[in-house]
Design a protein around this ligand. Sequence first.
Ligand SMILES: NC(=O)c1ccc[n+]([C@@H]2O[C@H](COP(=O)([O-])OP(=O)(O)OC[C@H]3O[C@@H](n4cnc5c(N)ncnc54)[C@H](O)[C@@H]3O)[C@@H](O)[C@H]2O)c1
Length: 270
Amino acid sequence: MDDFQGRVAVITGGGGGIGAAMAEAFAARGARLVLADLQLDAAMAVAERLHARGAEAIAVQTDVTVLDAVRALAEETVGRFGAVHVVCNNAGVATFGEIATATHADWDFTMRVNFWGVVHGVEAFLPRLLAQGQGGHIVNTASMAGLVGMQWLGVYCASKFAVVGLTEALHREVSRQGIGVSVLCPMIVATNINENSVTRRPAELRNPGEPVIPSAAGMVGSTITPEEVARRVVRAIERKDLYVLTHPDQREILKRRWVRQDRMFEPDVW
Ligand SMILES: NC(=O)c1ccc[n+]([C@@H]2O[C@H](COP(=O)([O-])OP(=O)(O)OC[C@H]3O[C@@H](n4cnc5c(N)ncnc54)[C@H](O)[C@@H]3O)[C@@H](O)[C@H]2O)c1
């Protein structure tokens, strides 16, 4: 998709962080925005910021873990703007800790938002994009933790690897039909994801005791702004790139994984 002017973009998790930055970047290029978030007030605040700059934007309270809610989001989007062109399945939560001590609630919560949230977005929007015949683009937010297994992030990694696999397959399936597909794989981005992952967690999936908000201090690598991520997403949509990689300092970690795998094809390595 080489022109955002007049196009309709839906962003889940559009109430803050990377989602809000993508909304700003798309709006600056003339797109009309639908900001879907569990937290309606947060999405409304972003929509108001966009209005103040002359953009068209609406906020829709949506829980991506509920298929009917995402279907209703698609209905509302098309009802309001007549079409949909860019779908960013971006809502996500972070879960930290060793796999040995992860609770079932950790797995359930993380997979519901990070994996099923993306699946629901694809289920609700892909048939419309295909039927419309106007092209379009799907951006699924994964993580570097969806490309390389990372300690203390096993539960999160599992959810994000699933998103990468789904998105690579989708790219092969629909790119010839004019639908671009990208998977966004950032490392550390300066957002409130750690706090939000505690406050957005439903009561029935909380662990006993006080929720611990992990500090980003233990994470390795540089931190970039959501705006830098959004700039790269815009470029990926314009160029129909499959991968959106944001942290050049993570190159080595990917290379090491590939070298390790490549070596195992050698017939003499036993
Ligand atoms: N911040 C990082 O370092 C980082 C790194 C790699 C990947 N990511 C991914 O980027 C995406 C955006 O994260 P962010 O850093 O902007 O975090 P964020 O917390 O700032 O934004 C995420 C938004 O998703 C919303 N949300 C949470 N659960 C939801 C649900 N069930 N339904 C609808 N909305 C829901 C939250 O209310 C929040 O507004 C996530 O998928 C995250 O996993 C973030």
